[in-house]
Design a protein around this ligand. Structure first.
Ligand code: AMP
Ligand code: MG
Length: 333
C-alpha cells in the first residue's frame, strides 16, 4: 500500500512538473533560397539561422544560374574539380537514374534551359532542336574520376531534382545535432520532419490539390521526408493552350506526360524521395507501382489526371483523403 502511494506521488510529481514547463517554445522562420520559399519550425531550440545558412551554402555549390558554383563551372567548362559532397550527390542521382530507367536524368539541363525554365524565357523548341536536346541528354555519359566530374561537349548538369532533398537530409542532421527532437521544415515542396509534434502526435502534412488551392488529403508521418513533384509548381501555357511544365521526360526532351498531376514520395532519405518523386512524375503510375514493388523502401501518393489519388499499401492507414476534394482514393497493393 505504502509502495503504491509513493508511486502515485511520483506520477503526480511528473505530471505537475510537465504541466509547469508547458509546451516547448516554437521558433518559426521563413526565407527564400534555391529559387523557392522555405520555412522551418523548431521546438525548444532556435535553429532558423542554421537552416537558412545551409540552404545558401548548398545553393552556392549547386546553382545552375551561378557560373561560379561547382555545377556552374562544370556546365561552362565541361569539367570541374568538385567537393566530396557534390560528387556524392551526383553519384546518388546516377544510382536513382539506373533504378528508374533514366526517368531521372541530371543531364536534362540543356532541355530544361531551352524550354525556358531557368531563364523565364518560355518557348517550345522546334522539332530539330528537340532532336539535338535529346542527343545532349544521357546520364551514362557523366564521368567521375576521383573528385573530377566531366561531361561531353554541349552536355550540362542540373541537380534541381535532388538538391532540395539533399538539403532536407542535411537539415535533419543539423537539427538533431543541436539536440532538437521535434521540428518540421518546408524546403520548397520538400517537407522534412524530425520526430513527432511536441505533443507526441505525428506530423500532419497536407498534399496539395494540383487543380486548386486546397489539398487532396493529409498524411501523418514521424521523422520522415514527404517530397512532391508536380506540374503545377512551374509551368507556362503554350499557344495551343497546353500546360508545359518544368519536369522533362529525358527520352523526349519535352515536358513529361506520364498521366500524373503530382507524385509524392515518403521515406527516410530525402535525396531518394526527391529523386524518385521527379522520376515517378515522368514514369507514371504503372511503372511507379512496379518500382515500388521491386525496390521498396518508400511509399507514394499519386494524383492522376483521371481524378484518382493512389496511395501505397504501407501508408493507407496514415493517409486521410479530403472528403470534399472530389478525388477517388485507391490503394496500390
Ligand atoms: P523536382 O521539383 O524535384 O521534381 O525537380 C524538378 C527540377 O529538376 C526541374 O525544375 C529541372 O530543373 C530538373 N528536372 C526536370 N526534369 C528532370 C528529370 N527528368 N530528371 C532530372 N532533373 C529534372
Ligand atoms: Mg525531385
Amino acid at each position: 500500500m505504502k509502495k503504491n502511494l509513493s508511486l502515485l506521488f511520483a506520477a503526480a510529481f511528473v505530471f505537475l512538473s510537465l504541466s509547469a514547463c508547458g509546451a516547448p517554445r516554437e521558433y518559426a522562420s521563413d526565407f527564400f533560397a534555391m529559387d523557392t520559399y522555405m520555412s522551418s519550425k523548431t521546438y525548444g531550440t532556435d535553429a532558423s539561422g542554421a537552416v537558412k545558412e545551409e540552404a545558401e551554402r548548398l545553393e552556392s555549390l549547386f546553382s545552375v544560374t551561378d557560373e561560379n558554383s561547382e555545377i556552374g563551372v562544370l556546365n561552362v567548362k565541361g569539367s570541374v574539380k568538385a567537393s566530396t559532397e557534390t560528387v556524392e550527390l551526383i553519384e546518388k542521382a546516377l544510382e536513382i537514374s539506373e533504378k528508374t530507367d533514366g526517368a531521372l536524368d541530371i543531364t536534362v539541363y540543356p532541355a530544361v534551359k531551352a524550354w525556358g525554365f531557368t531563364t523565364g524565357d518560355y518557348a517550345v523548341p522546334s522539332p530539330e532542336r528537340i532532336e539535338e536536346l535529346r542527343a545532349l541528354t544521357d546520364y551514362e555519359k557523366v564521368d567521375i574520376d576521383g573528385d573530377t566530374v566531366s561531361v561531353p561537349e554541349g552536355f550540362m548538369i542540373d541537380l534541381g531534382a535532388v538538391a532540395k532533398g539533399y538539403l532536407g537530409d542535411r537539415v535533419r542532421v543539423i537539427l538533431k545535432d543541436s539536440g532538437i527532437t521535434s521540428a518540421i521544415a518546408d524546403l520548397g515542396g520538400n517537407i522534412v520532419t524530425v520526430g513527432d509534434k511536441p505533443d507526441g502526435s505525428p506530423w500532419r502534412v497536407a498534399i496539395r490539390d494540383p487543380n486548386g488551392d486546397g489539398s487532396v488529403g493529409v498524411i501523418e508521418v514521424t521523422d520522415k521526408c514527404v517530397v512532391t513533384s508536380g506540374g503545377y509548381e512551374r509551368y507556362f501555357t503554350d499557344e495551343n493552350g497546353v500546360k508545359r511544365w518544368h519536369i522533362i521526360d529525358p527520352a523526349t526532351a519535352q515536358p513529361a506526360d506520364g498521366g500524373l498531376l503530382s507524385a509524392t514520395v515518403i521515406g527516410e532519405g530525402c535525396v531518394l524521395c526527391d529523386g524518385l518523386s521527379t522520376a515517378i512524375f515522368v514514369m507514371g503510375a504503372e511503372k511507379a507501382k512496379a518500382l515500388w514493388q521491386s525496390e521498396g523502401g518508400f511509399e507514394m501518393i499519386l494524383v492522376t489526371k483521371a481524378g484518382e489519388v493512389l496511395v501505397t499499401d504501407g501508408i493507407k492507414d496514415s493517409f486521410f483523403l479530403d472528403g470534399g476534394s472530389g478525388y477517388e482514393l485507391k490503394v496500390i497493393g
